[in-house]
Design a protein around this ligand. Structure first.
Ligand code: URA
Ligand code: ZN
Length: 382
């Protein structure tokens, strides 16, 4: 098998044992509620607003379970990240200490994973920054420095709150600068969704916050980054968006038009809003070939907005081009099948979606499966 034909999962979570212990010791959300049924542990994870919980067990923290899941689905390599809500709920000093410990823990988790080849491990990781209110920028830069020196950590996972004012906070500029300089990939992941009053009174389980709230949160955070000129100031920043960028691809022309018609921002940005979408990376967790194809087109379309481009706005896009910035992911251990099955439907759906995108040939599919991840995380030459 060539390196390019590898299956690489770039969206896969873990609650490291140290973090799971913290959740277990808590009495308010986020927490793990421990109980037992018929003498067996029957723990539940409560992390979301109005959360009634979901079953939680070793698949959330045990590396052997992660490897078993990988083997079962033919996944060669995984880049794991801590699951939400990270350190968001902790006071600054505790968050700082824990971030440093968890980054070391994650390095060890990866180091102890099996090897894929003499120079490749099966697991790499995204570290964490203590992004909480009242943290000093120096502490954030220290965490970036720590992560950049840990050989199996290839990026960081980040929520949308920043240090309390969101990611368009100018105070974060030194953080973006350091992330750009170190080349760490920034994985932007939602947690809060949108105002839960929007969900009404019916009990719809986790459907509305996960299917809509999560992607809208990512959409808003990324749009605010664009509007704040973060990609103008830090053009080499590598930002990976969860859940295929949420609704941003669908709303990007509307965003561009709203910007053009607004005197407050009309001349603020260096590019048309659609240009920025071609500079981002997107996981391929959209569950359908039409959605993946559409995201791919939107990425490819960004070429039209390159400075000096003479491509007319009605020229057809080269869908294959967009596939270069899309990467397979599973969201494991979330979305397990309701009835036990050999393979998880959520994974099968995303693999089948990649396979069925019209206009993607084998080379594009191989890239989305793993080739793009190996180059984004600089694992290709190993
Ligand atoms: N639910 C979560 O809380 N996080 C995920 O990443 C996926 C589902
Ligand atoms: Zn996720």
């Amino acid at each position: 098998m060539t390196l390019a034909a590898r299956l690489v999962d770039i969206h896969s979570h873990v609650y490291l044992p140290r973090y799971a212990a913290l959740l277990r010791a808590r009495t308010t959300v986020p927490r793990i509620l421990t109980s037992s049924r018929d003498g067996k542990p029957d723990d539940r994870l409560l992390i979301l607003d109005r959360d009634t919980g979901r079953p939680v067990g070793p698949q959330y923290w045990d590396r052997d379970e992660k490897i078993k899941f990988m083997d079962r689905h033919g996944i060669d390599l995984t880049v794991v990240s801590s699951a939400n809500p990270w350190l968001d709920f902790l006071p600054a000093s505790e968050a700082q200490t824990l971030a440093s410990q968890l980054n070391e823990d994650l390095e060890q988790y990866c180091a102890d994973s099996p090897s894929l080849s003499p120079s490749l491990k099966r697991i790499y990781g995204f570290g964490m920054l203590p992004l909480v209110p009242e943290i000093s920028i120096a502490a954030l830069l220290e965490a970036i420095d720590q992560i950049s020196k840990l050989s199996y950590l290839k990026g960081i996972i980040m929520g949308t709150r920043g240090i309390g004012k969101g990611l368009d906070d100018e105070a974060l500029d030194p953080v973006w600068a350091a992330l750009e300089k170190t080349g760490l990939v920034v994985f932007l992941h939602p947690h809060y969704g949108v105002n839960s009053e929007e969900w009404g009174e019916k009990n719809n389980g986790h459907v509305l916050p996960l299917a809509l709230g999560f992607p809208f949160e990512t959409t808003i955070a990324t749009t605010r980054l664009i509007l704040a000129g973060v990609f103008d100031r830090f053009p080499s920043l590598r930002l990976l968006l969860a859940h295929s960028g949420g609704a941003l691809p669908q709303l990007s022309s509307r965003l561009a038009s709203c910007i053009d018609h607004d005197p407050v921002v009309a001349s603020r940005l260096e590019h048309d809003a659609r240009w920025y979408l071609g500079k981002l990376y997107y996981d391929a967790i959209a569950y359908g070939p039409e959605e993946l194809g559409f995201v791919s087109d939107v990425i490819a379309r960004s070429q039209r907005y390159e400075p000096g481009s003479s491509i007319p706005t009605n020229a057809p896009v080269d869908r294959a081009l967009g596939s270069k910035r899309m990467l397979f992911g599973t969201d494991h251990p979330f979305f397990p099948p309701l009835q036990s099955t050999e393979k998880w439907q959520s994974v099968v759906d995303n693999l089948q979606a990649i396979d069925a995108v019209s206009g993607w040939g084998q080379a594009e599919k191989d890239n989305v499966h793993g080739g793009n991840a190996l180059s984004l995380f600089n694992l290709i030459q190993l």
